[in-house]
Each structure stands twice: as structure tokens, then as C-alpha cells.
Design a protein around this ligand. Structure first.
Ligand SMILES: [Zn+2]
Length: 90
């Protein structure tokens, strides 16, 4: 996914503008790995192999996303296995 396009995406749940943390791009300005976060609902949407995971919560598989998040140093809220929220800042 092109970075210019990535910057235009909004949260599929509440349409709020998303924050993007970039972990890897290629030489053609494609976003390969990163994570979108929504400041309003606190959901996170990982970008894996250039594809943003923005399907509804019930179609997402938390255990598949976890290794990527941990590799990136992102703290998902593990106490809510069916919610894709960031851990509350302490
Ligand atoms: Zn949201």
C-alpha cells in the first residue's frame, strides 16, 4: 500500500482520522509493516505484508496478530481476547 494512500485512511468503526506508526517500507514508498491506531475508540489495525487488517472485530484472529505486535513493541490489551484495543497507558 502506498504511503500517500495510507495517510488518507480513517477508522472503519467511527471514521476518525488514524495515527500511523511505520515499521517498514520498501524502496517505492510502499508501506509494508506498520500499525494504525484510532485515538477515539483505541482500536489498532496492523499492516502486514503491505495489507492493512481492517476487517470487523469478529473476523479478526487475535492470536495471529499478536506475534507481529510484540515484535513491534506494541502492547495489545490481552485481557480482552475479542477486542482489538491498545492497552491503556499506565
Ligand atoms: Zn475508531
Amino acid at each position: 500500500m502506498k504511503l500517500a494512500l495510507a495517510e488518507k485512511l480513517c477508522c472503519p468503526v467511527d471514521k476518525h482520522a488514524l495515527n500511523l506508526k511505520i515499521f517498514r517500507t520498501d524502496s517505492e514508498d510502499n508501506l509494508i509493516e506498520g500499525i494504525f491506531t484510532c485515538p477515539l475508540c483505541r482500536r489498532y489495525y496492523p499492516v502486514v505484508y503491505g495489507v492493512p487488517v481492517m476487517t470487523p472485530d469478529e473476523y479478526r484472529e487475535k492470536t495471529l496478530e499478536e506475534p507481529m505486535l510484540l515484535k513491534w513493541g506494541v502492547q495489545p490489551d490481552l485481557e480482552n481476547p475479542t477486542r482489538f484495543l491498545l492497552k491503556e497507558k499506565e
